[in-house]
Write a protein that binds this ligand. Structure first.
Ligand code: CA
Length: 232
């Protein structure tokens, strides 16, 4: 049995996939309940409490996006989308609606539990306490109060834009952020959706932090969707 006690609601109409998910999560110590339609999911969320939502976007009765929008009106609970391959637009849309992460079918139990563990950790941070003054991933460290970045113990000189980008990624370690979301946060809401400036900023930042910028170990590109700072 694992160390987690969070309750996961699995919303998935394919019963085989649903039982696979619940089996894998229970093995890790999560408690798990299943809903097979969107309506069932919404009433379950109202009547019983769940900490983490695992949501298939292709449901028989409802668009998964409407469920995300509904939940976000009253809860910050982690939402992980489960979606078919090659639906990048759909995934990006769901992330922009407020989902936190996604899994592409077919996925392994290892991949599934890793993502749910990240969600559980974010959840415990949502729970309160003062925001952390610093965070690190491998040799990369950020100090929010001093606005400083260190790489392998040395101060890393960043531009204000690079710092904003890195700070956003560090506040969402392990989570995928859509390009649209990053652009809104770093450049502001009026900037539009041109990803070219983001790609240029990312390339510059990677040249500073990655030993081999072409095969990054810190910031991973989620093709067609956005970026993720690895969770170690
Ligand atoms: Ca489905």
């Amino acid at each position: 049995m694992g160390q987690f006690s969070e309750r996961v609601l699995v919303v998935e109409d394919d019963r085989q996939i649903s039982s696979f998910i619940c089996y894998a999560l229970k093995n890790e110590g999560f408690s798990c309940s299943a809903a097979y339609t969107g309506q069932e999911a919404l009433s379950r969320l109202v009547s019983a409490s769940a900490d983490i939502l695992l949501l298939d976007l292709g449901l028989p009765d409802m668009d998964g996006l409407d469920i995300i929008t509904n939940v976000r009106e009253w809860s910050e609970m982690p939402i992980i989308i489960v979606s078919a391959r090659d639906r990048d637009m759909e995934k990006a849309k769901a992330l922009d609606c407020g989902a936190d992460d996604y899994l592409t079918k077919p996925f392994s139990a290892t991949e599934l539990t890793a993502r749910v563990r990240v969600a559980a950790r974010h959840l415990s941070k949502l729970g309160g306490g003062a925001p952390q003054a610093s965070r690190s991933v491998g040799g990369l460290q950020i100090h929010f109060d001093r606005r400083l970045v260190y790489l392998d113990g040395e101060v890393l000189h960043t531009t204000p834009m690079e710092y904003s980008l890195l700070s956003l990624l560090f506040k969402n370690i392990g989570k995928v952020l859509t390009s649209g979301h990053i652009i809104r946060e770093v450049w502001g809401a009026g900037y539009g959706t041109d990803t070219q400036a983001l790609r240029a900023l990312m390339a510059g930042l990677r040249r500073k932090i990655e030993k081999v910028p072409a095969t990054p170990r810190y910031i991973i590109t989620e093709t067609g969707i956005g970026y993720r700072l690895v969770d170690e």
